[in-house]
Unconditional design. Structure first.
Length: 213
C-alpha cells in the first residue's frame, strides 16, 4: 500500500481535505511543516537488527563444536606390507612385534616362534603352515585368518579374536592356552578334537581353556 506522504499528489489531496471546495489552502504553515516532518520520518529506512553479545558468543561456540566434530578420525590401516608383498617363509621369530600389524598378510610358512604378538592384528592373514609355537598371541586379532597346518604348540592365544579362523586336522595346538578366546562354536568343536597338553607358562590345560567336555 502506497505511503500517504510518498508523493506531492498525496500532499495536495490532504491539503484539499483541509480547505474544502473553495480552492484556497486551509493548511496552516505550522501544519504543513508537521506534515513534511511526518513524511520524512516515514521515509527513513528501518535500522538493521544488531545481534546481542550473548547471541554472538553462543553462535561462535556452536560453530567451534561443529567444526571439532567434523575433524577426520585417525585412519585405521586396512592392509599391511605383507599383504602387498609376500612374506611367505620369512623369519619373525624371537622378536617383540607388538607395534607391527599383518592384516591380510601372506605369511605361509612364516616363523613367529617365541615372538611377542600381543594385541597385534593378523586379521585375514594366510598363516598356512606358519610356526607360531611359543608365541604370545594374547588379545590379538586372528579373525578370518587361515591357520590350516599352523603350529600353535605352547602358544598363548588367550583373549584373542579367532572368529571365522580356519583350522584343519594338521593344525597343532598342543599346550596352547585358549582362555577367553572369541570363536564360533563349530570352530571350538574342531579345536577340541585337536586339543591336548598344558601350557607351560600359564599352567592352563588346553582342553579346559576351550571348555571341551
Amino acid at each position: 500500500m502506497m505511503n500517504a506522504c510518498a508523493s506531492s499528489a498525496t500532499v495536495s489531496r490532504q491539503a484539499r481535505m483541509c480547505h474544502g471546495s473553495s480552492g484556497r489552502s486551509a493548511v496552516r504553515p505550522q501544519a504543513r511543516a508537521q506534515l513534511v516532518v511526518r513524511c520524512s520520518a516515514q521515509q527513513q529506512p528501518a535500522p538493521a537488527p544488531v545481534a546481542s553479545w550473548g547471541s554472538a558468543v553462543a553462535a561462535a561456540v556452536v560453530s567451534a563444536v561443529l567444526l571439532g566434530s567434523a575433524a577426520p578420525a585417525s585412519a585405521v590401516p586396512q592392509t599391511s606390507v605383507c599383504a602387498t608383498e609376500s612374506c611367505d617363509g620369512m623369519d619373525f621369530s624371537n622378536k617383540d612385534l607388538r607395534k607391527e600389524f599383518y592384516t591380510k598378510g601372506t605369511l605361509k610358512g612364516a616363523d613367529f616362534s617365541n615372538s611377542d604378538l600381543t594385541s597385534v592384528s593378523l586379521f585375514g592373514a594366510n598363516l598356512t603352515n606358519a610356526n607360531l609355537s611359543g608365541a604370545n598371541l594374547s588379545l590379538s586379532n586372528l579373525g578370518q585368518a587361515n591357520l590350516e597346518g599352523a603350529n600353535l604348540t605352547q602358544a598363548n592365544v588367550s583373549g584373542s579374536i579367532m572368529s571365522s579362523a580356519r583350522f584343519n586336522k594338521d593344525t597343532i595346538i598342543d599346550g596352547a592356552d585358549f582362555t577367553d578366546v572369541i570363536v564360533r562354536k563349530d570352530i571350538n568343536d574342531t579345536l577340541c578334537k585337536l586339543a591336548k597338553g598344558v601350557n607351560e607358562r600359564t599352567g592352563i590345560d588346553t582342553r579346559e581353556s576351550l571348555n571341551c567336555y
